[in-house]
Design a protein around this ligand. Sequence first.
Ligand SMILES: Nc1ncnc2c1ncn2[C@@H]1O[C@H](COP(=O)(O)OP(=O)(O)OP(=O)(O)O)[C@@H](O)[C@H]1O
Ligand SMILES: [Mg+2]
Length: 271
Amino acid sequence: MLALTDCSHLHPGAAPDRFALRSVSLSIEAGEQVAIIGPSGAGKTSLIHLLALAMRPTRGDLLFGGACPWGQSGRQRHGLRSTLLLVPQVPPLPPRQRVVTSLMAARLPAMSLLRSLASLFYPLDIPAAHQALCAFDLEEKLFERVDRLSGGERQRVGLARCLMTRAQLWLLDEPLSALDPVKARAALATVLSAAEAANATLVVSLHQVDLALAHFPRIIGLRDGEVVFDVRRQDLRDNQVAALYNGETASPEASADPWPEESLIPVTGCR
Ligand SMILES: Nc1ncnc2c1ncn2[C@@H]1O[C@H](COP(=O)(O)OP(=O)(O)OP(=O)(O)O)[C@@H](O)[C@H]1O
Ligand SMILES: [Mg+2]
């Protein structure tokens, strides 16, 4: 479905040596569920935006469904974009938009121009929007203004769009960052089972490493714009995860204890 070959990305205006992504090569098959983990600034959002065709790699090749989007016309690329759903890390917040309208926006790419214009004035599938909100425990917010929601509620409205979309590729950038641990687990479970039911490909960047390891069959570790590992969950060693965040290179041997005693902060002053 997606293939990056030797892709690097330098954001416009960034210093010439500050590549957000460096020689990234990976492919993602239809129906896969992939978690991207890595420290802040590792390049997770940049990678997700590259996969969403929101920005062109500075170097390297990207194939999307076998096509080369950046060699195509803007119109063709727009057509490809309509086959994916991007739930951004920082959701855009159109002033005074209602939750129901925000949810219906996930359907717009699959609608004719006439129907999408009509839906701006009257949301066309209110029952579906209501059902999507129920799945995230937000049914009472259907006609609420998006800018009057809490951060966590807004994030769950973004996730509820997965239940509305007809897209076959879902790209979610840190979708749980504003949720408490219980709600995060429940929201992730809902998204995972919805993706499976829709046979959609799911790529999610996460800071909750425990959730990534517990629920995703494939884990990609990014640091300083580079893929440090890209493995099946069962092949990932604890010391590789610890090293990813500590900025080290994992030793080849399996580590029995990724958090050795000497790295623990001693409890003092209790005598
Ligand atoms: N629009 C931009 N212009 C210039 N540099 C950028 C821009 N966006 C990101 N960067 C830089 O690119 C690098 C990767 O950023 P990115 O947002 O992809 O990281 P991230 O892994 O998503 O981080 P976080 O976990 O904090 O969201 C960082 O060094 C960042 O400063
Ligand atoms: Mg990010």
